[in-house]
Write a protein that binds this ligand. Structure first.
Ligand code: NOJ
Length: 741
């Protein structure tokens, strides 16, 4: 297949959105061009060089001295890992000694909060609450910008369908539609309406592209994927981020169909900067340019620099290969001058848009830093999204919510009083606020209860020395709250696991406690979907808490005691066993589907496991029950380009107020490309008082029914579509058929 037709088709489909067009402020172009005209080749290449500031802001050393000299000479355009008003000021002052006084951009991985730690992104995704997610990013931006930062390397918008891959923790889960909505919310939260406000920062859509599909879930591994799959599943969240005006993109460590993403002209030049007309710049991932040498794609670092720049990687993160080799490559004619100019223009444009030429220190104000980082509202926002992110997986005989007084509660487990584990990975500020542990949350909110505590083992649970004391405490209680899970450093970058069960002896601990006969409420902390079949089968209640952040203990206690009725829904499928991975609810239809679980011979099935997951995408219980009825479709037949309205009645049938996330799924019954069994195409988060009913409406527009066809052209094909509404991907309550003419 040739590339051209595909790229053209995407260009037609993805006309530049209004927001991106507005951003192209011509007066900035004039300033950029005027500055560019004054720059030497070396100064231009300096702008493409991003340096990590660990040494430069660390103790005296020869390396530090040479890095400081480089900054002063104008050989550095941006730094990462420098934070705090004071340190950023000091580095900026050096850059301003250079001939052209071009300010530095300071970037950092502000992934789920800066000082106030929010739930890990996968946890926030479980809230399906775009406003709360936007607010989380906004608070992170407010704190980070007060600490002198201009730029975060977030959101990670990679689709993750393999929970062995540790980085599922940083994304929005397995689904393209939900992922795209969340990508947009996060970009808006970090950046605000337009760049340049001192309480917002630039965002980065990463990792471009397909990083989440690493073979066997092993981080940094190769990706081999059809273009169909790439366009349909993996690119849309990036497109959504680009449409939302995300300032930068980061490329990825993986190769995609044989070409490292960092050296991929298809991804960076043809799709991103070509078809999508993306005006921002692309930063490489950490040293990913020079890693094209071990990939076997570049002969040496000089060759890697040539290939990356020509392919559209604008800034070299910490690889030091642009600064070392590009000048020579331009002189030798291997890199056209126009490619260098294009990269520099894109970077300078952001520095102008951020207002750094007007005042290079505008983000680095120690007084503001102090005030903003102490704002108590930030903790309130963290608690709000944390409780929205909790997913009630099971609640037998309504063991939850717990009464606040008159009961003896044994709080047990290695994560019950752990502060660090509740934060999860990627916490980057050294000025973090205190973390409320689960034990503290329970004690604080149930002063009338008798609360006992036993850790049973240390996080990781390597030995059982404390089990007897824990069983003893459990035996004296009315109910056990068991806090188990991964430790904070078991998910995230370079944290792939081949066993995603409960680490160490935690399952054994659960069994010992269960044997007391007391009800067990399991609170599971993790950065990924785990497999915990014994607990799933035998616990009385299960609350999946992810890593909920600074206010985690309060948020979980809010749910345990019923001050907040849980509303989270899984943003990723939880498998029964490792052999089912990769697993998604949106699997492609097959010629031999399982129709009857009892008759799987010569069907697409396993002989030793059902196909169904342990918990499906979209699953999540409440303390109330919701009824779905009265489905209406305003037209049963639709002409191309028209929209239809689907509505239904949602009712709170229980005794307490609650929030349901109602989900719309669509199946294209017959198409020119085999389609998924169902795809999420809409959701509504609806709060209802007991007995309250509300009609919920979804618009079925042409995009709802469209997909990329065999020529990678976006459109809807005539025929029948099944429209399904329900409480989870495996809990469809109502359905109907729509005909497209
Ligand atoms: C490598 C990670 O892949 C990326 O996500 C991160 O932003 C950079 N390191 C910088 O820390």
């Amino acid at each position: 297949m040739t590339l051209k037709p595909m790229v053209v088709s995407v260009a037609l489909l993805c006309a530049l959105p209004a927001l991106a067009r507005d951003q192209i402020d011509k007066s900035v172009d004039v300033k950029v061009d005027a500055l560019l005209a004054k720059m030497t080749l070396q100064e231009k290449i300096g702008q493409l060089h991003q340096l990590s500031g660990r040494e430069a802001t660390g103790p005296e050393s020869a390396k530090r001295a040479s890095q400081l000299a480089e900054i002063e000479t104008g050989n550095v355009g941006s730094m990462l890992n420098v934070k705090g008003a004071q340190d950023t000021r000091a580095m900026q002052a050096l850059a301003l000694k250079s001939r052209l006084k071009i300010p530095l951009l300071f970037g950092l991985d502000v992934i789920h909060g800066y000082k106030t730690v929010f739930p890990v992104p996968l946890g926030e995704a479980a809230s399906w609450d775009l406003e709360a997610i936007e607010r989380s990013a906004q608070v992170a931006a407010r704190e980070a910008s007060a600490a002198g930062l201009h730029w975060t390397f977030a959101p990670m918008v990679d689709i993750g369908r393999d929970p062995r891959w540790g980085r599922v923790m940083e994304g929005a889960g397995e689904d393209t539609y939900l992922g795209a909505q969340i990508a947009r919310a996060r970009v808006k939260g970090f950046q605000g309406a337009r760049l340049g406000s001192t309480d917002r920062i630039m965002a980065t859509a990463k990792h471009f592209a397909a990083y989440g599909a690493a073979i066997a879930g092993r981080d940094y591994n190769a990706v081999d994927m059809s273009l169909q799959q790439l366009y349909e599943v993996y690119l849309p969240p990036f497109k959504a981020a680009a449409d939302a005006g995300v300032a930068t993109f980061m490329n990825s460590f993986n190769s995609l169909n044989g070409v490292p993403a960092t050296g991929s002209a298809l991804l960076q030049r043809d799709i991103l900067k070509g078809a999508w007309k993306y005006p921002g710049f692309v930063v490489s991932d950490w040293a990913s340019i020079k890693e094209m040498v071990p990939h076997g794609y570049a002969a040496d670092e000089a060759d890697a620099a040539v290939k990356a720049l020509n392919a559209g990687s604008d800034m070299d993160m910490e690889g030091e290969v642009y600064i070392a080799h590009l000048a020579q490559a331009v002189k030798a004619g291997k890199v056209p001058q126009k490619n260098v100019d294009d990269a520099v223009r894109r970077i300078l444009r952001k520095k102008f848009e951020m207002g750094l030429f007007d005042d290079p220190y505008r983000f680095s104000d120690p007084k503001r830093e102090q005030v903003v980082l102490a704002d108590p509202q930030h903790r309130a926002a963290a608690r709000d999204v944390a409780r929205k992110s909790l997913v009630l997986l099971k609640n037998e005989r309504n063991v939850l919510p717990l009464a606040k007084s008159g009961r003896r509660i044994a709080v047990i487990g290695p994560l019950a009083d752990s502060k660090r584990d509740l934060e999860g990975g990627w916490v980057v500020s050294d000025v973090r606020g205190d973390v409320v542990t689960l034990l503290q949350g329970i004690r604080g909110q149930a002063p009338g209860a008798q609360v006992s505590y036993a850790a049973a083992c240390a996080p990781g649970c390597a030995n059982a020395d404390g089990f007897a004391a824990a069983v003893d405490a459990a035996a004296k209680a009315d109910v056990i709250v068991l806090a188990v899970g991964e430790t904070w450093d078991m998910s995230g970058e370079a944290k792939s696991r081949t066993d995603i069960g409960l680490p160490g002896r935690q399952t054994e601990l659960f069994q010992r406690l269960k044997a007391t006969g007391k009800p067990v409420v399991a609170v599971l902390f993790a950065g990924r979907p785990m497999i915990f079949n014994e607990i799933a089968d035998q616990a009385d209640a299960i609350l999946y808490a992810w890593f909920p952040g600074s206010e985690g203990g309060n948020a979980v206690a809010d749910v345990l005691f019923g001050d907040y009725n849980p509303s989270g829904k899984l943003p990723a499928t939880f498998p029964r066993n490792l052999g089912q991975i990769p697993i998604t609810y949106a699997q492609t239809m097959t010629g031999r589907p399982v129709v009857d679980e009892k008759n799987i011979v010569y069907r697409s099935a396993y002989i030793d496991s059902p196909n169904t997951p342990r918990y499906a995408f979209g699953h999540g219980k409440s303390y109330t029950e919701f009824g779905y009825s009265g489905l209406r479709l305003d037209k049963a037949t639709l002409r191309q380009g028209e929209s239809a309205t689907l509505s239904f009645e949602l009712e709170n049938k229980g005794k307490v107020a609650g929030t349901e996330i109602a989900q719309l799924y669509v199946r294209d019954m017959v198409a020119s490309i085999v389609r998924p069994v169902k795809e999420l195409k809409g959701f509504a988060k609806v709060q209802l008082q007991p007995g309250e009913r509300r009609r919920v409406t979804f618009t079925i527009d042409p995009d709802t029914l469209s997909f990329f066809n065999g020529q990678l052209k976006w459109g809807a094909e005539p025929g029948a579509f099944k429209l399904m509404v329900g409480s989870a991907s495996d809990d469809i309550r109502l359905d109907t058929t729509l005909q497209l003419q």
